[in-house]
Design a protein around this ligand. Structure first.
Ligand SMILES: C[S@@+](CC[C@H](N)C(=O)[O-])C[C@H]1O[C@@H](n2cnc3c(N)ncnc32)[C@H](O)[C@@H]1O
Length: 309
């Protein structure tokens, strides 16, 4: 939401509604908010270091945290926390531990006051800092309402986080890293991504400790294709491949054309789980290890060839 961003009808609508007091209802009782605003009273649309302040409406805050399946076991970090409403909601409504990183020190004071008024100052900490310098890798849920180019700058850091970390963004996507889920509330969209494990490369796998076979996996973010050797010199393509965090599921047809389904957990260069055909009593253990280094989680598309004279 630079000045140009405010030409975006959604951003403009948010600003008008919030200014009129109809939308973006603050996640605090009116008297608490009034008391805290004696410290600092921000205006919607005011400039910020990399993006202006426009609060996410309460209903969408709740929806974003629901999409991330936030629980009391989570550590939620909001990047560019504004008045702290996302960390406060994460602590108050979901019992999570939370942190908000906000660059503007006056906003930080306001957010801290609101967290205290909500009775969650211990669990929802608001810190002054730059989202591009602070270390938030221990988060299990990351939330943000930034700008497309800031999302893309953060993307490599997010993809290095623990597999299974949930990332939720209000309004803006991550370009070719497609969202795992998106939901719209009152015309505003929230996107959810689940950080995928690095699964690419050649793996040596075996069923019930039997003969090793080669599993080849090609990865672009959470999209995976590949093949499994079913006997010497014969490989079959993987079907219905799904990667969610560290859990990989795929199917293939065995030597006799019978559909087999596997579910494995990937941890570093090891995988383990089970595989079986249709029907009871046919599940075998499946385990393996990666041969060689893990490739990157995605390979950027090749730049178009330069025209030459
Ligand atoms: C659009 S607001 C979102 C506020 C809050 N996350 C929400 O959804 O209600 C973005 C916030 O990011 C802050 N901000 C901008 N650049 C930042 C940076 N580099 N580091 C930390 N905060 C930043 C702004 O001051 C502003 O409060």
């Amino acid at each position: 939401m630079t000045t140009a961003g405010l030409r975006n009808p959604l951003a403009l609508a948010a600003l008008v509604l919030a200014t009129a007091g109809l939308g973006a209802v603050p996640a605090a009782r009116a008297q608490d908010r009034a008391a805290c605003e004696k410290l600092y009273a921000p205006s919607v649309g005011q400039s910020g270091k990399d993006v202006i302040w426009v609060p996410t409406p309460d209903e969408l805050v709740t929806r974003m945290l629901e999409m991330a399946r936030t629980t009391s076991a989570d550590y939620v970090v909001d990047l560019g926390a504004g008045d702290g409403k996302i960390p406060i909601a994460a602590a108050r409504q979901f019992g999570a531990r939370a942190k908000g990183i906000e660059y503007n020190p006056d906003m930080v004071k306001l957010a801290q006051c609101l967290a205290k008024a909500a009775g969650v100052a211990e669990r929802a900490r608001i810190v002054q800092g730059d989202i591009f310098k602070e270390d938030f890798r221990s988060a299990t849920v990351v939330t943000m309402y930034l700008l497309p180019e800031l999302n893309i700058r953060l993307r490599p850091t997010l993809l290095e986080m623990r597999p299974g970390t949930r990332v939720v963004s209000h309004a803006f996507d991550m370009d070719e890293w497609q969202a795992d889920e998106e939901q719209t509330v009152d015309g505003r969209t929230a996107y959810l991504w689940i950080v995928p494990a690095r699964v690419g490369g050649r793996w040596e796998v075996a069923e019930n400790g039997g003969e090793p076979r080669t599993l080849t996996l090609n990865q672009q973010f959470q999209q995976v294709t590949g093949s499994l050797q079913v006997r010497k010199g014969v490989s079959r393509p993987l079907k219905d491949v799904q990667l969610r965090g560290d859990e990989l599921r795929f199917a293939y047809d065995d030597e006799r054309g019978r559909r087999q389904r596997a579910t494995v957990k990937v941890q570093g260069d090891a995988l383990s789980g089970s595989v079986g055909g249709v029907g009871p009593g046919r599940t075998r253990a499946l385990a393996g290890r990666r041969l060689g280094a893990a490739p990157p989680v995605y390979t950027p598309a090749a730049a178009p060839a330069q025209a030459s004279l």
